[in-house]
Design a protein around this ligand. Structure first.
Ligand code: GLY
Length: 444
């Protein structure tokens, strides 16, 4: 294996920026390169995350250890391609990534391993799905089987909304092949928590709790997005709850995937609903990667050296690692988006209020060799940004920046994030953000 001095991060979002920032703190890491990165990541190469052979050749020539951020290259088999070149890469194979890329696979797998999840049925025929909706006496969630960029889940409040979702997915086929099959499942009422683990195919190390805010407007109103903000830890989830979920969810996934010849190697994400009336956890979905924006506050709070764990996973020695250590602090991440996201929005606006030019942000990397760990308590992780020809930082996507802070309390972390958020703008008030990220944590 290479010396792992130089790392390639595949992807261009806030998750990848945060992963690269954290990995760069490892004392042996000299360089972090992003494919294809964004306006806040310093060293970018112009190879897209979907150009698998080009990425493998680049990693081979430059002796890079690769870490995959998003799901699309995993679904295309980036890990299988790298394995065929005998190159080190952290992520699941295409087959193991089906935990995320096929909801049908994932639900059947959960049932086969007795992992708690709500009852469900799979349909390819709109008429049969509609008949089923007429007969059931529960409120339904309708999901596209395949990847739909976070937009393939329809949480209905009544039968008419459920019928509309079936029409959109199976008749109008708005996600193409990804919605040729749908899952109709019972809606579980409660609060969600996101849990992630580092896995080596045989064992895993679980991370602390985090909560995402998926809806675009305050009070969880409006359409679903990729995530409008997150906070960590989630105070109402106790250590006992976390141990229970580790035993009843993560352990059976790792054992079950290994038993079926698809060992899961990479970041595993479980989206869990804690049912209001029973306090029981139900798995809503698995993802074969870190969550975004969950990754941003988690990286801020992680005291342990993430890259040591990734290397241990590469060497299949995670079982000899200590549990991850977390800063005894809260972290909130407020996502600033282009106005109109997740629907139509405009890009290309110069971003105001970042006190330093983007290359200076890169120099905010922690300095190695000092006895104390770095103390960056506000980080601005970029996603939809780029440098234009005049070297100005401009907006280039729906989710633009993740303003991520650490504080001794949720309140302190929220205040720091929002103070910074209010300094940042673009266009004629073309930015949007939720004003309640972290508030649920205050209500506990
Ligand atoms: N924040 C949700 C996700 O990453 O899928």
């Amino acid at each position: 294996m290479h010396d792992c001095e130089n790392v390639l991060i595949v992807g261009s979002g806030g998750r990848e920026h945060a992963l690269g920032w954290k990995i760069s703190q490892n004392k042996n890491v000299k360089k972090v390169i992003y494919a294809d990165g964004n306006g806040g990541t310093h060293q970018n190469i112009q190879i897209l995350p979907t150009e698998l052979d080009k990425l493998a050749k680049y990693a081979e020539e430059n002796e890079l250890f690769t870490v995959v951020g998003p799901e699309v290259p995993l679904s295309l088999g980036i890990v299988d391609t790298f394995n065929s070149y005998d190159l080190p890469i952290f992520g699941p194979t295409k087959s193991a990534a089906r935990l995320e890329t096929s909801k049908e696979f994932s639900k059947h797998f959960m049932n086969s391993q007795s992992i708690p999840t709500s009852e469900f049925k799979v349909f390819t025929d709109a008429g049969k799905a509609a008949d089923y909706i007429e007969r059931i006496n529960y409120t339904a969630v309708i999901k596209a089987d395949g990847l739909a960029a976070g937009k393939g889940v329809f949480v209905s409040s009544n039968k008419t909304e459920a019928m509309d979702a079936i029409d959109i997915l199976l008749n109008k086929k708005i996600f193409g092949p990804a919605s040729e099959k749908i899952i109709v499942e019972k809606k579980i009422i409660g609060e969600e928590v996101s849990l992630m683990a580092i896995c080596d195919g045989e064992s895993f190390v679980i991370m602390d709790t985090c909560r995402d805010h998926k809806r675009v407007f305050d009070d969880d109103l409006g359409p679903n997005t990729g995530g409008m903000g997150s906070y960590s830890p989630v105070p109402e989830i106790s250590e006992n709850d976390l141990n229970y979920i580790s035993d009843k969810v993560f352990k059976p996934v790792i054992n079950g995937m290994q038993a079926e010849g698809n060992p899961f190697h990479g970041f595993l994400y479980a989206g869990i609903m804690i049912e209001k009336h029973t306090g029981k956890p139900f798995v809503l979905e698995f993802n074969a990667r870190m969550g975004d924006p969950e990754c941003q506050p988690l990286m801020m709070r992680m005291q342990s050296d993430l890259f040591e764990y990734i290397i241990a996973a590469e060497n299949k020695s995670l079982d000899s690692m200590q549990p991850l250590v977390w800063k005894d602090m809260f972290s909130t991440c407020v996502i600033m988006t282009s106005k109109g996201y997740p629907d139509k929005y405009e890009t290309g606006y110069a971003i105001r209020g970042l006190s330093k030019p983007p290359d200076k942000y890169e120099t905010a990397y922690p300095i190695r060799g000092l006895s104390k760990p770095p103390d960056n308590e506000i980080m601005i992780f970029h996603s939809g940004t780029k440098l234009n020809q005049a070297n100005e930082l401009v907006t280039s996507g729906g989710r633009v920046l993740g303003i991520t802070s650490l504080g001794k309390s949720i309140n302190e972390a929220m205040n720091k994030s929002y103070e910074k958020v209010r300094e940042i703008s673009w266009g004629d008030n073309q930015q949007h953000y939720r004003t309640d990220i972290g508030r649920k944590g205050l209500e506990v």
